[in-house]
Design a protein around this ligand. Sequence first.
Ligand code: AMP
Ligand code: GLY
Length: 309
Amino acid sequence: MSERVLVVGGGGREHALAWKLAQSPQVQQVLVAPGNAGTANCGKISNSEVSVSNHAILAQFCKDHHVGLVVVGPEAPLAAGMVDDLTAAGVPCFGPSAKAAQLEASKSFAKAFMERHGIPTARYGSFTDPQEACSYIRSADFPALVVKASGLAAGKGVIVARDQAEACQAVMDIMKDGAFGSAGETVVVEELLEGEEVSCLCFSDGTSVAPMPPAQDHKRLEDGDVGPNTGGMGAYCPTPQVSPELLQQIRDTVLQKTVDGMREEGTPYMGVLYAGLMLTNQGPKVLEFNCRFGDPECQVGLAVAPTSR
Ligand code: AMP
Ligand code: GLY
């Protein structure tokens, strides 16, 4: 294990990661790029100004400064191939490859993947043509619909529609008016699932999975959960919504199946796999995959995690 670790990102999640890594006696220093005010000069932790958008510069920096491990926080650099590029340059890096990160970066890919592997999720359609999306909406027999920009939209590209007209309007906003830019060139339309929403994350080496304690985050704005969805405004962990038996079921039917499927398809999944799940009365169903630690789930998850040796 390395003595100097570099964490990529600048949010609360990256602060939590740096804080936890700094507790290891094997870690001498944690750099955070770009970091934030909380990670500036805090014991073993300090910020770095190295460019994280230019992977060649970042790789050279890591070599020059004897960084033995890079831990990537957010999804965008993972989807942009940071792990592929740093690994190719000989810099050990924690996180999935760009191809594996498609599980988050393309909802259309994730839905088709789940369909191929029998992983429980909402019924759906995926469209690049707005008229076809609206025809699907008008013919769907689901009581309510959710419209999603397929690409990365910082947790904001999902519209829960009350009726077909609202769903079609969402399609137009996303595909014609570019509400989420190129992330909305493909849309996924799916049935609304009801139940408690939980976040089940695991570590994977590409073959096996090691689940973390399940968490719940607070998604909707306003008291009584009546406002629009957010990326998550607070979290707690572990959640009693997920019993040990249910976690075992989620491990078998979602997490392990996903890792097995990715390996079988030649895109092994290494890093943190995050399954956002709805606990429906037909069992847990996947709402989304993320290719990284959740934020804010990471902040509470690492607070209850044992300290590494
Ligand atoms: P996603 O980015 O796909 O996870 O969607 C963001 C949020 O929208 C989720 O965390 C859920 O709160 C909500 N959501 C997404 N898909 C559905 C669905 N099929 N039914 C109900 N809520 C959903
Ligand atoms: N808290 C939700 C997420 O990290 O995507």
